[in-house]
Design a protein around this ligand. Structure first.
Ligand code: SAM
Length: 264
């Protein structure tokens, strides 16, 4: 690769997208907050017919996908899967309270096309036909073994224009192993890795990915272009969610809906 970018302004398609200006409507505390704006772009570019999230917790990432579907008017069926019991990395929490706060925001706004499934990822897999999922977000337990298991269980469910997102590709502590799996799976497939907000890997798994995803996967082939796109979304994330420490009070109370009371 020479020192000049193969793409003059790689971030332009993202910068000029209306999705870059959408407000994030549901804002509980989440390590995922820096990716909400990209979720909007991805949903508009991929126009998925089916979205599944493995690991929802307070719901920030999932509600971003739902907001994108709702705002774009795409005909997509969305499913969030979580036991709402926590795990070794997320910790344990009061799942009934968290789920009921999420339902209060989710059901009236998105209930007509989206469902919250309280079960394990493995049990949920039986409800999806092979080749039926266009967009999958894997954000459960982050050990190498767990994320590999989730990936292998769900890969057959992906459609010919399937895209899988992996959160925490940049975390290398507490036995997080997403970075290891990411290094393996991103070698031979279209991919892009964001490094802010703990890292988000975007993997094209289908053989018929829409051309609208090209600005992303093309940018990954050139370090300058990739840096442009990363810098754009990282700066956008800082403007959307100023990089404050949420603090123990805000973190602990986010499930009762502080954001919706305007106290964020
Ligand atoms: C990191 S959190 C999800 C964060 C969320 N995506 C966000 O936007 O903040 C991981 C969640 O995965 C759930 N989880 C982990 N392993 C699971 C499994 N095998 N089946 C169902 N839920 C699981 C936990 O209960 C926890 O709520």
């Amino acid at each position: 690769m020479n020192s000049h970018s193969i793409i003059a302004d790689a971030a332009e398609p993202f910068r000029s997208s209306p999705t870059a200006r959408w407000p994030v409507e549901f804002r509980p505390w989440s390590a995922w907050c820096g990716h909400a704006q990209f979720a909007f772009w991805l949903v508009e570019a991929l126009r998925p017919r089916s979205i599944v999230e493995l690991g929802t917790h307070f719901g920030l990432s999932y509600m971003a996908f739902c907001q994108a579907v709702n705002t774009t008017g795409i005909d997509a069926a969305c499913t969030a899967v979580d036991t709402w019991e926590g795990d070794a990395h997320a910790g344990t929490y009061d799942g009934d309270a968290v789920l009921s706060a999420l339902k209060a925001a989710h059901d009236p706004a998105y209930g007509r096309f989206s469902r919250l499934m309280r079960t394990t990822f493995d049990q949920a897999a039986a409800s999806f036909a092979d080749g039926s999922v266009d967009l999958l977000h894997i954000d459960g337990l982050h050990s190498y073994e767990a994320v590999r298991h989730d990936y292998e269980t769900w890969l057959p469910k992906m459609s010919d224009r399937g895209v899988i997102l992996f959160h925490d590709t940049e975390v290398r502590e507490r036995n997080f192993g997403v970075h290891r799996l990411w290094a393996e799976v991103s070698k031979d497939r279209p991919s892009f890795n964001f490094t802010h907000s703990y890292g988000l890997g975007v993997l094209g798994t289908g053989d018929a990915l829409p051309r609208t995803l090209s600005p992303l996967f093309d940018a990954a082939k050139d370090p300058h272009a990739a840096a442009d796109v990363r810098n754009f979304y990282s700066a956008l994330a800082d403007r959307t969610f100023p990089p404050e420490n949420p603090g123990p009070l805000r973190r602990a109370l986010s499930w009762i809906g502080l954001p919706r009371l305007g106290l964020r």
